[in-house]
Design a protein around this ligand. Structure first.
Ligand code: ADP
Ligand code: MG
Ligand code: ZN
Length: 572
């Protein structure tokens, strides 16, 4: 059907592209900016395509591969999805195949033979496979219509999807300088774009950047109090029976959360890289094929998943970057129908992420970059502006207030938190000055609230002048204030010494009263006042559940050191 001489017919290439779209794929028209991209590549030029998830990137290389003579070679990191993609194309009558590590040798030979005889329109290859001598020499002997490099952000060492094999893909251009290349990704900051272009040798490629707005997604970020309960309430009241994804940071939390939801009668399945391959594949396929399944997953799940009716994406933990957040939330509402991006976020997230950065292996520049990425994410969480405006601004795009996100619907109140900040900062200062010690937030809050815990009495911290000066705010309020001080760089968390708090350069101006500090109030739930929602009631353990887990992990990790050096382990 797609003979090599098809491309030689005396028909404008643009008309041919439209004809392929309609006849083969059954669509009436290209979506903007598909047509421009297709024409550009069909004519033999390189392209760098940055389009949000669900916008239709695949057709940007599939159509040109069919129009141009030879086989379109598609580099994709998603071995698990190659079969699905090839099946879908085969059903449309496109001659497609893949080469990856899941095949036996006989099948590999068949595919190679088909390629060599010009019987393939599209050939999907995993990057590590493509770069083998066998595959490179195979490609030398056949005819290549184009190279498509899908999920091109995998080449970025700063991103969370980094695949070292992608770095080798720059050789494609050196080896086949005349074959057009098209790199595609849903990641769009200038930094990533520049990095992709550099690493893939696409400096002269034309970049196609489309709007990253996902108008049908409602963004909401709530303050984390009792995350599982909050999630359950969100699911049962707003998304009963809906398909969705719940992202957690750790594998253990994925499993716990999936079990918890299942016990509550919700059809929830776990997915993370530590699960057996067969279980992962089965859960993924259930999620894709059946209605109303909730996938509880680490970020190992989702790339390339084309499920149109995902109605919500929930985050129980803070993503490491705005790009990650955007990619993950972008899996909601690909059918254009209303969908929600919901996240529970709290002080512990900030502490945990900062700790992970401090403990990561890498030089200072690397850590600074991770820190800057985290700061941008925190800025999105703490903003009092429209979330959509903030999100798109991160990608260098302008928007007007959407009227649909949480901050638009219920503008956050702010309050003058200068005094509260001064109380915390002076408590930290006095503990250091008068007692020569640093402590974590739990203990500092106890002192401010005037709680005579064992630790407080043991170290006579009730004799400090700051003891009890903060009894007017609840523990929850104090955590809220602390979180904002940390995200604003007014307090530092020293993970080298058990998550203790320390003043920063910027703290001084606040302490001296030279700076007023407007803080964001927690959004009061309708019908509840801040007083009644605050935890003024007795608090047995001064740690939220998720901090308790962190505490345990930290304790295990550094237990030895603490014991040997007699350091008070007031973690967080
Ligand atoms: P992306 O790779 O950008 O996330 P896909 O290529 O998987 O997106 O496409 C998402 C969905 O949009 C697919 O179901 C695809 O069939 C559909 N689609 C893409 N282009 C068009 C079009 N021009 N007309 C109608 N549907 C389209
Ligand atoms: Mg895609
Ligand atoms: Zn908004």
């Amino acid at each position: 059907m797609f003979d090599d001489d098809y491309a030689l017919e005396d028909q404008g290439l643009e008309e041919q592209a439209l004809e392929v779209l309609q006849r083969v794929f059954g669509y009436d028209a290209f979506r903007h900016p598909q047509q421009e991209i297709v024409n550009h590549v069909v004519a033999g030029n390189d392209a760098l395509v940055l389009m949000p998830t669900g916008a239709g990137k695949s057709l940007c290389y599939q159509v040109p591969a069919l129009v141009r003579a030879g086989t379109g070679v598609v580099v994709s990191p998603l071995i698990a999805l190659m079969q699905d993609q090839v099946d879908a194309l085969t059903e449309l009558g496109v001659r497609a195949a893949f080469l990856n590590s899941t095949q036996d040798f006989a099948r590999v030979r068949e595919v190679e033979q088909a390629f060599l005889s010009g019987e393939l329109d599209l050939l999907y290859v995993a990057p590590e496979r493509l770069l083998t001598d066998r595959c490179l020499s195979l490609l030398d002997r056949g005819r290549i219509a184009l190279f498509a490099i899908d999920e091109a952000h995998c080449v970025s060492q700063w991103g969370h999807d980094f695949r070292p094999e992608y770095l080798g893909l720059s050789t494609l251009h050196e080896r086949w300088p005349d074959v057009p290349r098209i790199a595609l990704t849903a990641t769009a900051t200038d930094a990533t774009r520049v990095e992709i272009a550099q690493r893939l040798g696409l400096d002269n490629a034309r970049a196609f950047v489309s709007s990253f707005d996902r108008p049908n997604i409602r963004y909401r970020i709530v303050e984390k109090n009792d995350p599982r309960r909050q999630l359950l309430e969100f699911l049962t009241t707003e998304h009963p029976g809906d398909a969705g994804i719940v992202y957690c940071l750790s594998r253990a939390k994925v499993e716990e959360t999936a079990e918890f939801l299942s016990a509550q009668g919700i059809r929830a399945l776990p997915y993370h890289a530590g699960l057996d391959q067969a279980i992962r594949a089965a859960n993924q396929s259930t999620f894709l094929r059946e209605d109303g399944v909730v996938m509880v997953a680490t970020i190992a799940f989702g790339m390339g998943i084309d499920k149109p009716d995902v109605r919500f994406v929930a985050h129980l933990d803070l993503p490491k970057s705005v790009e990650g957040y955007y990619q993950e939330t972008g899996r909601a509402g690909r059918d254009g129908m209303p969908a929600q991006a919901w996240m529970a976020y709290g002080l512990q997230d900030v502490m945990q992420q900062r700790r992970m950065i401090d403990e990561s292996t890498g030089d200072d520049a690397y850590k600074r970059r991770l820190g800057a990425m985290l700061d941008a994410m925190l800025g999105l969480c703490e903003t009092v502006e429209c979330r959509r405006v903030r999100l798109l601004a991160y990608f260098g795009q302008k928007a007007t207030a959407c009227g649909n996100c949480d901050t638009c619907l219920e503008p956050p109140q702010t309050w003058d938190g200068t005094q509260a900040a001064q109380k915390i900062l002076s408590a930290v200062y006095r503990l250091w000055k008068e007692r020569g010690q640093r402590y974590g937030s739990g203990h500092v809050i106890d002192i401010l609230r005037g709680k005579k815990t064992d630790r407080v009495t043991q170290y006579q911290h009730d004799e400090l002048s700051v003891f009890g000066v903060g009894a007017d705010l609840s523990e929850k309020d104090w955590r809220n204030v602390l979180r904002q001080l940390i995200t604003q760089g007014l307090l530092a968390v020293d993970h080298e010494s058990y998550g203790t708090l320390a003043l920063t350069e910027d703290s001084r101006a606040v302490l001296k009263g030279e700076r007023t500090l407007m803080l964001r109030r927690e959004l009061a739930k309708p019908g509840k006042t801040r007083e009644s929602s605050g935890s003024k009631a007795k608090v047995a353990v001064n740690l939220p559940p998720e901090a308790e887990a962190l505490f345990t992990a930290l304790r295990a990790w550094r237990g030895e050191v603490a014991r040997n050096h007699g350091v008070p382990a007031y973690v967080i």
